[in-house]
Design a protein around this ligand. Structure first.
Ligand SMILES: NC(=O)c1ccc[n+]([C@@H]2O[C@H](COP(=O)([O-])OP(=O)(O)OC[C@H]3O[C@@H](n4cnc5c(N)ncnc54)[C@H](OP(=O)(O)O)[C@@H]3O)[C@@H](O)[C@H]2O)c1
Length: 318
């Protein structure tokens, strides 16, 4: 098969479309013929040499895909060749074929094309596990989504609205804030010019910035609020005033999806299929796809993500 290979750590030009050995499914694994994959910020870090795949994972980038089951390994039940699926991966989505533990497979939600289904696994699993399983966002509470225009943000807005919460966002331009409102966000501020902690109080904060926002996230927290840090775009270190956190009886979580064991991913994936897929089939939540780029041209997709003009997901298609 062919896959996108990272020849050495560096810029988008280190990505090349090359002939590589075909993967074979082992016990409990499924071989998927990839229809589409999608770009995640973690892929940029992996390309730069800062985020190695977990042990045993594919060396090729790609944390999600959609496609058709080509072969099932011993002990796999519930999937058969020809099934249309999408999958949460720990790597290897930027390829013609990928092997996946069956627990990380999902059916393509009703009403979504096979290609667009590649935009869903990473964002749906990340938002479901962090906002709902970890932070336990409740109906009527306020969720602050940093980076409302990101792949993660566009799904978080829709899902939290569908569950009856108030959603406020940060974004880097008036145009992106307007698009977040079109998706259902109740309010938003431009993080380049405004103080979000002055503008909003939040019960749950989905944070992708980390160190740089630690103090202001605690400022923005309502009593009993929960911060979930899932990204470190603003650095790994910040000063935490425990007095301020204590006064609000607040909680800070920090999580990552990729390194979790298969069984834990399986629990998240089942939660997504049971709780998110029905909302997608009902039309209340949809994948937000910005541009679609040929898989062999993944370098161009990385450039687009780095430029930051996108809204939602950048897809890679065969
Ligand atoms: N821990 C996990 O398991 C996990 C899983 C998936 C993703 N993530 C993280 O989630 C984040 C989003 O991922 P993605 O692939 O959806 O990325 P993406 O589409 O490239 O989005 C990046 C976002 O960062 C926003 N941003 C940049 N500086 C900001 C600031 N100072 N304040 C608020 N927002 C700011 C951008 O806003 P504008 O475009 O409006 O400028 C953009 O929306 C990444 O940090 C990624 O690493 C974590």
């Amino acid at each position: 098969m062919r896959a996108i290979v990272i020849s050495r750590p560096g810029g988008p030009d280190v990505l090349s479309w090359e002939e590589v050995p075909d993967p074979r499914p082992g016990p409990g694994e499924v071989l998927v013929e990839v229809a589409a994959s999608a770009v995640n910020r973690a892929d940029l870090l992996q390309r730069k040499g800062f985020y190695d795949p977990p042990p045993g994972s594919s060396p090729y980038p790609g944390l999600e895909c959609s496609g058709v089951v080509a072969e099932v390994g011993p002990g796999v039940e519930g999937y058969a060749p020809g099934d249309e699926v999408c999958a949460l991966l720990s790597g290897g989505g930027y390829a013609e074929r990928v092997v996946v533990p069956w627990q990380q497979l999902m059916p393509v939600p009703e009403g979504v094309s096979l290609t667009d289904a590649a935009a869903l696994p990473e964002v749906a699993c990340t938002v479901w596990s962090n906002v709902f399983m970890t932070a336990r966002l409740r109906r009527g509470e306020t969720l602050l989504v940093h980076g409302g225009a990101s792949g993660i943000g566009t799904l978080a807005i829709q899902l939290a609205k569908a569950y009856g919460s108030r959603v406020v966002v940060t974004a880097g331009s008036a145009e992106k804030l307007a698009r977040c409102r079109e998706l259902g966000a109740d309010d938003g501020v431009n993080y380049r010019t405004d103080d979000f902690a002055k503008a909003f109080g939040a019960d749950v904060i989905l944070d992708i910035i980390g160190g740089k926002y630690l103090k202001d996230n605690v400022r923005a927290l309502n009593t009993g609020g929960r911060i979930v840090v899932i990204g470190l775009q603003g650095g790994t270190k910040g000063e935490l005033d425990l007095g301020a956190l204590l006064a609000k009886r607040g909680t800070i979580h920090a999580t990552t999806l990729r390194s979790r064991p298969v069984d834990e991913k399986g629990v998240i994936v089942r939660g997504v299929v049971d709780n998110v897929w029905p909302l997608i089939s009902a039309g209340a939540v949809r994948p937000v796809v910005d541009i679609t780029v040929p898989l062999a041209d993944a370098a161009r997709a990385h450039e687009a993500l780095e430029e930051g003009a996108h809204f939602g997901k950048i897809l890679l298609v065969r």
